[in-house]
Design a protein around this ligand. Structure first.
Ligand code: HEM
Length: 479
């Protein structure tokens, strides 16, 4: 008899209980969904949602025109979709940028694809939250802030001049994008971190970067697999540098000039127990990744705009000739000279408005978020965009025209966001600015140049790049 009761309980009552329980949960979920108002928009097919449309538009650099803008027209500035397996809300406009970017750690946290996290490393600041993010970022920012970079101006000038004379002199054609990538890589390593660049290092890093947004398939020969192998090599290489530096510091043999370089600061932090070795390695990889394609694309687009707008080029050239006039032969630029490059910086900013090096970035809701009368459920992804404000006439009059002087006037906060905003605003802003301005200075004063293919298009993978690498014809100026 007791066996019968047990049999009855396990075969009839228990399954019934499970059925009721899940039914109850489903109803509760449905009634919650009725109570909360999700943003408008279509979720597409189950699981893949609108991923294919998103990637297809992205590949052709039409993400804004063909994916985001038509949905803004249909649903408004905030809409939902499903991309890369996640329900996602795309927000556009200065208010939305401000809301999302300034609520980092409170309502949202940054959310990168698994392949990026794996290759950058879990200990880079991009994966850190709250206090740990603040303190690690603080160490990096001491070398990248204005005060740290002031010392770097003469160094960067020598570096750029040497680079041009070694790599541009004697040639009549250059891939401007490729050349700037190599230059930026060397600047981050040698001028910022204080690490010598060995032959082959750029290629190994680029193999890592190629896998950062890949599918994350660990199959021998796949992009991600190659990237992982390259990442292991880089990890070992940086670890060796860290250990050598530690030894030099502990034995009091560190050269004075190296004392203030970022790598030395990080190693000092490690000796004092504030930073781990893995945090140093992961953040070095992040800095290279964050600087590499972004700065090179910004430089390429600045030159493209200068080539297409002769009046602007004339004004830029005049600005740099005036700066040179007050310099002795061979004298390096200083911070005051950089401040005089006001119009050049307007040209670069306007180029980054029309061609932002970063489309936007993903966040994840860490709680249910109420915004503009909608609920964005916990766990959903959110994407803020640069284009949503940069191409909007609410913020920029005649937005598709190139007009550097518009930057003489102020603009609403979070309308111009090529460098993001809030606690994760680009930490390399000042370095990127110096890199662009100093390179423009030496190229326009030392070379005549023109675009070989003025109609060259921009592709995306997933960051934008000039599809042919922006070849330019160059000839040294005879002064
Ligand atoms: C024109 C060049 C650059 C552009 C347009 C750019 C843009 C951005 C943007 C939009 C973000 C924020 C991403 C987000 O909100 O998720 C960011 C973050 C970051 N950038 Fe840049 N960047 C540039 C150059 C650099 C350089 C030269 C470095 C360093 C050497 C750098 C280092 C970083 C780092 C480390 C972060 C992450 C900050 C954090 O999570 O706290 N960037 N950048």
């Amino acid at each position: 008899m007791p066996i019968d009761i047990f049999y009855f309980l396990s075969c009839v009552l228990f399954p019934l209980f499970v059925l009721f329980f899940f039914n109850f949960l489903r109803h509760k979920q449905q009634s919650n969904n009725h109570k909360r108002k999700l943003p408008p928009g279509e979720m597409g097919f189950p699981f893949i949602g609108e991923t294919m449309k998103f990637f297809d538009a992205q590949r052709r650099n039409k993400l804004y025109e063909e994916f985001v803008h038509p949905r803004i027209t249909k649903h408004g500035k905030i809409f939902k979709t499903r991309i890369i397996g996640s329900p996602t809300v795309i927000v556009n406009g200065a208010e939305a940028n401000k809301f999302l970017l300034s609520n980092e750690f409170k309502l949202v946290k940054s959310s990168w694809p698994a392949s990026s996290v794996h290759l950058m490393g879990k200990d880079s600041i991009m994966e850190k939250d709250g206090e740990r993010h603040r303190s690690l970022r603080g160490v990096i920012a001491t070398s990248l802030g204005y005060a740290g970079l002031e010392r770097l101006v003469p160094k960067l000038c020598n570096f750029v001049q040497l680079y041009l004379s070694k790599n541009w002199r004697g040639r009549d054609e250059i891939s401007l994008y490729r050349s700037t990538k190599v230059l930026t890589f060397n600047i981050v390593f040698e001028c910022l971190l204080g690490i010598n660049v060995e032959p082959g290092m750029v290629d190994t890093f680029e193999r890592v970067l190629e896998g950062v947004f890949s599918m994350g398939i660990r199959f021998p020969g796949s992009k991600f697999w190659r990237a992982m192998k390259a990442r292991e090599e880089i990890g070992k290489m940086i670890m060796k540098v860290v250990r050598e530096k530690r030894k030099e510091i502990e034995e009091g043999k560190l050269k004075r000039v190296e004392d203030r370089m970022l790598m030395s600061k990080l190693v000092y932090g490690m000796i004092q127990g504030e930073i781990t070795e893995k945090e140093i390695i992961d953040n070095v990889v992040l800095l290279v990744f964050a600087a590499h394609d972004t700065t090179s694309f910004a430089v390429a687009m600045t030159f493209k705009m200068l080539a297409q707008h002769h009046d602007c080029y004339g004004k830029v050239l005049q600005e740099h000739v005036d700066i040179m006039r007050n310099k002795r032969c061979g004298e390096s630029l200083n911070v005051d000279d950089i401040k005089k490059m006001k119009y050049t910086w307007q040209v670069a900013r306007e180029s980054m408005r029309l061609f932002p090096p970063i489309f936007g970035s993903f966040r994840k809701a860490i709680t249910d978020i109420e915004y503009e009368g909608f609920t964005i459920p916990k766990g959903w992804k959110m994407l803020w965009t640069t284009y949503g404000t940069h191409y909007n006439e609410e913020y920029f009059k005649d937005p598709m025209s190139f007009n550097p002087s518009r930057f003489e006037e102020g603009m609403p906060q979070y309308a111009y966001v090529p460098f993001g905003g809030g606690p994760r605003v680009c930490v390399g802003y000042q370095l990127a600015k110096l890199n662009i301005l100093i390179l423009v200075h030496y190229v326009v004063t030392q070379y005549d140049w023109f675009l070989i293919d003025p109609n060259e298009t921009v592709s995306m993978d997933p960051l934008p790049f000039p599809s042919l690498g922006m070849p330019i014809r160059i000839s040294p100026k005879h002064v």
